[in-house]
Structure formats: C-alpha cells, structure tokens
Design a protein around this ligand. Structure first.
Ligand SMILES: *[C@@H]1O[C@H](CO)[C@@H](O)[C@H](O)[C@H]1NC(C)=O
Ligand SMILES: *[C@@H]1O[C@H](CO)[C@@H](O)[C@H](O)[C@H]1NC(C)=O
Length: 406
C-alpha cells in the first residue's frame, strides 16, 4: 500500500513537472506573439491614420479588452522580458505624430475645418510670422512663457471696476492662492481614461487640474480624487444646470474663460462675449464667496493661438484653443513639472468623447471647432517624457516655465 502511494506521488510529480514545462513554453510563445501583435497593431495605426480612419479597434471590444489590464503591470512586462534570450523589443511605440496635418482628418472633419476657415467667426487676422516656423522645443517653451500672459481679470479692470461688479471678483491675485507647485497633473476628460487605473498616480501630484463637469466620484480608480483647479468654459457655466447643484464644483479653485473676438480688449469683449456667463458667475460667487473663482483674461487664448498658428505649416481653425491646452499653459506657469494625461492619446484611444459619458465622435480626439490637432502637435513637440509613457498611460511630461532658462 505504501509502495503504491509512493508510485502515485512520483507520477504526480512527473505530471506536474511536465505541466510546468508546457506552461513555460506556452508563455514564451505567447509573449512572442504579444510583441508581434503590438507591432502589427502600431503599424496598422500608422497606416490607417494616414488614411484618416481610426486606429484599429478604436472603441471596439478588442481595444477595450487591452485596457482592462493594469498599465503598470504591463509596463513591467515590457521592460523586463523574463526570457534571457528574448531581447527587449525596440522602443518604438506608435503614438501621436507631431507632424499630423489636416490630411490626417476624415473627410467630415476636413469639411468642418474648412467651413470654420471661411466663417472666421472671431475675425481673426493673423499677421505674425509663419505659418510653419520651425522652433526647437526650447525656443518654443520660451516663446510661450514670454508671449502668453496667463493672468486673470482684476477688480481694477474696466468695466469690472464699476459698482455693478463691486465685491464679486476675488480680491487676491491667483498667484497667492495657486502654487507654486512641484509636480502637477492635467487630467483630460478623454474616454480613453476609462479603465486606465491612473487614479493613484494622478492623486500623487501636488495639484490636479480638471475641466468643466469632469467628475471624480465613481471614477476614482481611473482619474483620482483630488481637484485643485477646475477650468470651465463660459458655455458650460451659462448652460449647465448642475453647475449650481452638484457639489463637485465646490472643491478647489475655479477658472472660467470665454472667447473674445481676435485680440479684443476687456471692454470690447465685455460688450460682446461668446456666452453671457456674468449673471451665473455672480450668482455662484454669492453662494460660495470663499471659493476662489477667477475669470481668465480674454486676450490669453489668442496669444496662445498665435503661437500655435506660427508653428503650424497650414492654416489652423480660426477659433480659440481648447480648454485642454489652455489648462496646460496655465499649469505650466504654476508648476515645476506638468504631467498631462490622455491629451495625447494612449493605446486606449477611442472615439468615446468623455470618460464619464457614452458619447461617440472622432472630433473629440481630432478636433473640429478647436484647432486640437495642432495643439496636440505642439504638446508632442514639447514632451520630455517617453513615447512608451504616451502609449501606455497617455502621459506627456512638460517642464514648467519656472524651471526653464531662456
Ligand atoms: C500681463 O497682464 C497683466 C494684466 O494686464 C499686466 O499687468 C502684466 O504686466 C502683463 N504681463 C506681461 C509679461 O505682459
Ligand atoms: C475704471 O477704470 C477706468 C479705466 O481705467 C477708469 O477710467 C475709471 O475711472 C474707473 N472707474 C472707477 C469707478 O474707478
């Protein structure tokens, strides 16, 4: 009896060993095919993108299944292939091409872009250098620092110095409330944040910027919990019914911006705002007098627009830049380093517009109203992080203006 149980044990061991060997071989094979498929996928991305169609699997189950993995585990897999004979795959990750042009747009978006050019709603008459001036990242950083004046409307600015506005604008300059910070995060509202599991990494920053109605509740794992600054457009402040109801707006510093006509000054803009958000602004200030809430000077978006036009080789949409890139520039003035999440799309790239809504439109990634394509080219040019970080985490890293020398 003892003898037969020993025999059984022995054969069990042999079986287990065989199973182990089989699993090892299978794993190695699988790893190989993972790299192959990665390469195929990225090649396809490039080819299809030049045809103006989405990356393969955008918004399809195959794309979302890869997004279910923890990106950090994934990055470890990529940087430490276990097999000693297996060389690390070359660090080529197909990510946003900084020379993307309107030819990369699908026909519908090309048409919209042309319509905006002929409409010229904001009466843009660009007279600066370019278009298509090639600036090194260093020179571009300095150009942005010195030519985009990030400041807020103050109580001394006409017509905000009149009795109608008395007591409404915050008394203290934003610089006394915001920063200077070390590491900051700018969190886009992109659908590709879904299942990113970036929440902890985002919260680990000294300050976090979010946009419009982007929530954290129910999405903490992917986007974190902290909100230090919330940048909102005037349409949102004017129209969104939840702005006064949802307490997600009560955290941190608020900034609202509204597009003016091209390089209009404050009095001219005040007579003709894009959205008349002033009454809602005042009502909110009455309800929350202690929460800092600023109005961005309307000149700032056009100062930035001029530089984006200068470095872009073709005419960009004559509409103000997106909140996303405005927020990036604001944070660059307040922080030593800015990590930007899912502005340059990761492998999770999708036509789902927002992580908190089920709404599909390619325009959300490629731009229609805003010159988003050219903004992304600029951010890619300025990026000091790796393509791997963009591919896996949608993360671009820019040095803050305080830490550069010009
Ligand atoms: C930025 O704008 C503010 C407000 O008009 C002004 O006081 C300041 O001098 C400007 N800064 C630069 C660098 O132009
Ligand atoms: C508001 O500012 C304008 C322009 O600087 C100035 O002419 C006017 O006197 C100011 N009004 C008040 C009430 O201070």
């Amino acid at each position: 009896m003892i003898h037969s149980s020993l025999k059984k044990k022995f054969s069990c061991c042999v079986l287990a060993f065989l199973l182990f060997v089989v699993i090892c071989v299978w794993k190695e094979k699988k790893k190989g095919s993972y790299y192959e498929s990665l390469e195929l996928q990225t090649k396809g991305f490039q080819v299809l993108r030049s045809l103006g169609t989405p990356a393969p699997g955008s918004g399809s189950p195959s794309a979302s299944s890869s997004s279910a993995q923890d990106p950090h585990t994934n990055s470890q897999d990529l940087s430490n292939p276990r097999g000693p004979t297996k060389a690390k795959p070359k660090g080529t990750f197909q990510v946003w091409n900084k020379d993307s042009s309107s030819k990369n747009l699908i026909p519908r978006l090309q048409k919209i872009w042309k319509n905006y050019l002929s409409m010229n709603k904001y009466k843009v008459s660009y007279k600066g250098p370019g278009p298509g001036v090639k600036l090194s990242a260093e020179v571009l950083r300095c150009r942005l620092r010195d030519h985009v004046n990030v400041s807020m409307i103050e109580a001394t600015d006409f017509p905000f110095n009149t009795s109608e506005w008395e007591g409404y604008l915050p008394e203290e300059n934003i610089r006394t409330k915001a920063g200077p910070w070390g590491r900051c995060a700018v969190v886009s509202s992109a659908g590709s944040l879904k299942s990113s599991r970036l929440g902890r990494e985002i919260d680990d920053h000294d300050a976090v910027m979010r946009f419009n109605g982007a929530p954290t509740a129910n999405f903490q794992q992917d986007v974190g919990t902290k909100t230090t600054i919330r940048l909102m457009n005037s349409q949102f402040v004017t129209k969104d019914r939840l702005f006064f109801k949802d307490d997600l707006y009560n955290e941190g510093i608020l900034i609202v911006w509204d597009p003016s006509l091209y390089h209009a000054d404050i009095p001219k803009w005040y007579q003709n705002p894009d959205y008349s958000f002033f009454d809602n602004y005042k009502s909110y200030r009455k309800l929350h007098p202690d929460q800092p809430f600023y109005i961005l000077r309307p000149q700032m978006p056009w100062e930035l627009w001029d530089i984006i036009q200068e470095i872009s080789p073709e005419e960009i949409q004559p509409n103000p830049p997106s909140s996303g890139v405005l927020g990036i520039i604001i944070m660059l003035t307040l922080c030593d380093q800015v990590d930007i999440y899912e502005f340059l799309p990761s492998k999770r790239k999708t036509d789902v517009c927002y992580y908190h809504q089920q709404f599909f439109d390619k325009a959300c990634t490629m731009g229609a109203y805003h010159p988003l394509l050219f903004e992304k080219n600029m951010v890619k040019h300025l990026n000091q992080g790796t393509d791997e970080d963009i591919y896996l985490f949608g993360k671009a890293t820019l040095p803050g203006f305080r830490s550069i020398r010009c």
